[in-house]
Ligand binder design. Structure first.
Ligand code: COA
Length: 265
């Protein structure tokens, strides 16, 4: 098996129908991401990407206090310049895999999402935050810069001026503030964050998987292209879905006034 989920130490991966729930499980350090846990996230993202039975994913943190409180500062404190560069590239690669998993990944932000935790949430497709959650990029307060693409994704999500303010102050924002800025999609009561995320994932899991994959790809890749190139890319995907059974099923179901059953073919 190329992407096995055996022997995970820092993550719990569960299945509920077509939804996979991934819990970062290092509550003693508020689920801070060590190199080992990042590597487990990489293996998990690949395994879930290639499992056709999984149509949506929820990522959350163990315990009630924290989603992920950043990269593991014990490791950061002793890193070398070349080691630091490799570390950042590795983290960026893992979060790119999550961003481009080709199925909706929902961050259920149950508490602190700081540094690498905020970067992980931003790599997800959608974000639901507990009203008690705190988000931010506090790296500046450690005398470092974000390394898992926080400078890039935050600016794209909330705009350059606002991103610079949060990146330079290192302040923690409330869930409401994050909602106002467009950093999270929804804010719910803390007790509802996981149930709501699972519900949203289950709903998205009923959509046509190939169209879902192409929409995520069109948005993610399109943002890195010119508008004109993005339109050509979109038109190509629009044409490509015409080859799917799901396109025939979706359009026939509408015309026959029944609910579509999508198969991912
Ligand atoms: N790396 C390693 N350990 C971490 C950690 C991290 N990113 N974040 C928290 N921890 C550890 C703490 O060292 C502490 O360990 P201890 O019990 O052995 O002392 C434990 O988790 C609990 O954290 P604590 O700071 O006591 O909780 P708190 O409620 O007082 O504060 C935070 C919570 C999230 C505000 C605080 O832990 C914090 O600022 N963490 C670092 C956030 C950060 O800078 N992340 C970016 C890293 S690049």
């Amino acid at each position: 098996m190329p992407h096995t989920l055996d022997s995970l130490e820092h993550l719990i991966v569960e299945r509920d129908g077509a939804v996979a729930i991934v819990t970062v499980n290092r509550p003693k350090v508020l689920n801070a991401l060590s190199t080992a846990s990042l590597d487990e996230l990489r293996r998990t993202a690949l395994a879930l990407k290639h499992d056709p039975a999984v149509r949506a994913v929820v990522i959350t943190g163990a315990g009630e206090k924290s989603f992920v409180a950043g990269a593991d500062i014990n490791e950061l404190s002793v890193q070398s310049p070349t080691g630091g560069r490799e570390h950042a590239l590795r983290g960026q690669h893992v979060f790119d895999l999550i961003e481009n998993m080709g199925k909706p990944v929902i961050a259920a932000i149950n508490g602190y999402a700081l540094g690498g935790g905020c970067e992980l949430a931003m790599a997800c497709t959608l974000r639901i935050a507990a009203d008690t959650a705190k988000l931010g990029q506090p790296e500046i307060n450690l005398g470092i810069v974000p390394g898992y693409a926080g400078t890039q994704r935050l600016a794209r999500l909330i705009g350059r001026g606002r991103a610079l303010e949060w990146l330079l102050s290192g302040d923690q924002m409330t869930a409401q503030e994050a909602y106002r800025l467009g950093l999270v999609n929804r804010v719910v009561a803390a007790a509802d964050v996981l149930p709501e995320s699972r519900k949203l994932a289950a709903m998205l899991a009923t959509k046509a998987p190939i169209a879902v994959r192409y929409i995520i790809e069109a948005v993610n890749k399109g943002l890195q292209m010119s508008f004109a190139d993005g339109q050509v890319f979109e038109a190509t995907l629009f044409g490509l879905v015409a080859s799917t059974e799901d396109m025939r099923e979706g359009t026939s179901a509408f015309l026959e006034k029944r609910k579509a059953e999508f198969k991912g073919r």
